[in-house]
Design a protein around this ligand. Structure first.
Ligand code: GDP
Length: 493
């Protein structure tokens, strides 16, 4: 989402860092660069001007002092980080729960903003937290909105209150009112009401949303907005603010390649915090919005906290402790363990998204590598390991030519790919041994990953992780001295 903005920040900082002692002109220069970067990213003019003016004032104030320190540019970087967090909403606010359940959440926004999908994502999120949500189908306008909500509800195991068929039939205000009553009777502690949008802002739409609001008196009215619509997001948000009023914003489609200005302008322009963010079409593509983590990503510091949380979720405690015990006892890391890791990584979702959360990923070279990352590699690697017998997974040394040929046939991959995987795996095993001998020093700390598991990409190339098309940065392979004929043939080719 913030790719181009992030690349521009990265280049502005690298020129500032080279300067050492800073002068007022240097500060003006970086302010100008950031201003252009923000406007290019569709950040609204007012927000950009206010942001720059704060940075300029604060940096000029500290200029005499920071030049006494060893790293003046770092201080400026910190000021920019703080101000970026501020325009993204400062401290994130979370859902207010009703004193007497159910807590009612009303979703509003334009058609296509992602409200119905969001209803499902939010319900799953709340259910995972131990709540008992119910979805209410009050979008009776958009074709198939009711059915779509029912399908989502079924897939996540959340009941859907849908007494009217929709497609233009039924009274959305009555449905919302009855939905809340139903939730109370059935002891659901949360109600999420999906409402109709229109293609553009119109009075009829506002009137309906306001009437629903008055009828059910929700704890939270969430304005759902597609981050891809750029500058229009702010205009629409302001119209909804006046017409319906809302308590917080949900940004959807943050996975898109739009320039991100909406996210940067909306909290400031409406005075309402961004509470949630959706980053894809699947129900899992959803998280709380953290202004500090977003700022960190934009400034190229990555988002290691989110990465660690996702890893923790994906690696169940059983897999983690099994690996930890193995690692501690000196047992070999086998292809079965590797398979466990691959499966957990698949649970973590898109590798490109994960790798994008690592610090330093905002240079244009890194971005290119990420773009070329081949997500299918994980699936192919898994197919290869699954085509091996338990004995082979336990001791890959027994993988002779005919076994490799059989695995290639079974997994539908070329023998050279089997060889390459086994090679990378042996390197990983060796690295594990070295790590163990060094007392575990060098393991990525605090990543919530099982001991001995490095991150993929640059940090984990040697760990047997799929390298994808971006393997151009891998160290050159040693010439094989293997006696394996299949391997020699493949290498020759
Ligand atoms: P509604 O009219 O506001 O209820 O919008 P929908 O929930 O039907 O979403 C409109 C389209 O956007 C659907 O095709 C969704 O799959 C898609 N969508 C929703 N949220 C996201 C998101 O975060 N990322 C992406 N890429 N697509 C999304």
């Amino acid at each position: 989402m913030f790719d181009s903005l992030s690349v521009k920040f990265s280049s502005a900082f690298s020129s500032l860092r080279k300067k050492g002692r800073l002068k007022a002109e240097d500060l003006n220069e970086i302010c100008d660069e950031i201003r252009v970067a923000l406007l290019d990213s569709d950040v609204s003019l007012d927000v950009a001007e206010e942001f720059i003016s704060k940075i300029r004032t604060r940096s000029l104030e500290v200029l005499p002092d920071i030049n006494k320190g060893i790293n003046p540019s770092q201080q400026i970087f910190e000021i920019i980080n703080e101000e970026l967090i501020e325009i993204l909403g400062g401290n994130a606010r979370r859902i207010r729960f009703a004193k007497n359940p159910p807590t009612v959440i009303l979703l509003t926004g334009l058609q296509g903003a992602g409200k119905t999908s969001l209803a499902g994502k939010l319900a799953k999120y709340l259910k995972d937290q131990g709540n008992t949500p119910i979805l209410v189908a009050s979008d009776l306008q958009r074709p198939n909105a009711v059915t779509q909500l029912q399908i989502v509800g079924e897939s996540i195991g959340v009941p859907v209150f849908a007494p009217s068929p929709g497609n233009g039939v039924g009274d959305p205000i009555e449905v919302a009112r009855a939905g809340v009553k139903f939730a109370k009777e059935k002891m659901h502690n949360m109600v999420i009401v999906d409402t109709a949008g229109r293609l553009g802002v119109d009075l009829e739409l506002m009137k309906q949303a306001k009437s629903i609001r008055d009828a059910i008196n929700p704890q939270e009215v969430l304005f759902v907005v597609d981050a891809m619509i750029g500058q229009d997001a702010v205009v629409t948000a302001k119209a909804f603010m006046e017409g319906v009023g809302f308590d917080a914003v949900v940004l959807t489609k943050l996975d898109g390649d739009a320039r991100g200005g909406a996210a940067l302008s909306i909290a400031k322009a409406t005075g309402r915090p961004i509470m949630f963010a959706a980053t894809g079409e699947k129900v899992e593509d959803f998280d709380l919005f953290y202004p500090d983590r977003m700022a960190s990503r934009i400034l190229g510091m990555g988002d290691v906290q989110t990465l660690a949380e996702q890893a923790k979720k994906a690696f169940d405690s059983e897999t983690s402790s099994k690996l930890e015990t193995k690692f501690a006892s000196g047992e070999d890391f086998t292809l079965d363990d590797f398979l466990d890791q691959l499966q957990a990584m698949k649970k973590m979702g898109s590798m490109t998204k994960m790798l994008g959360m690592l610090p330093g990923m905002n240079s244009s070279a890194m971005k290119k590598q990420l773009e070329n990352f081949d997500e299918g590699e994980l699936v192919r690697t898994q197919a290869i390991v699954q085509s091996m017998t338990p004995a082979e997974r336990n001791d890959p040394k027994i993988l002779n030519g005919s076994r490799r040929a059989r695995i290639a046939l079974g997994s539908g991959r070329a023998v050279s790919e089997i060889n390459s995987l086994v090679d990378r795996f042996s390197q990983a095993q060796k690295m594990m041994k070295q790590l163990r001998n060094s007392g575990g020093r060098g393991l990525p700390a605090g990543m919530g990953l099982p001991s001995g598991m490095a991150l993929p990409g640059g940090m984990g190339q040697g760990m047997g992780f799929p390298s994808g098309k971006s393997s151009g940065n891998m160290p050159p392979k040693k010439k094989s001295k293997s006696g394996n004929p299949a391997k020699r043939a493949a290498e020759g080719a």
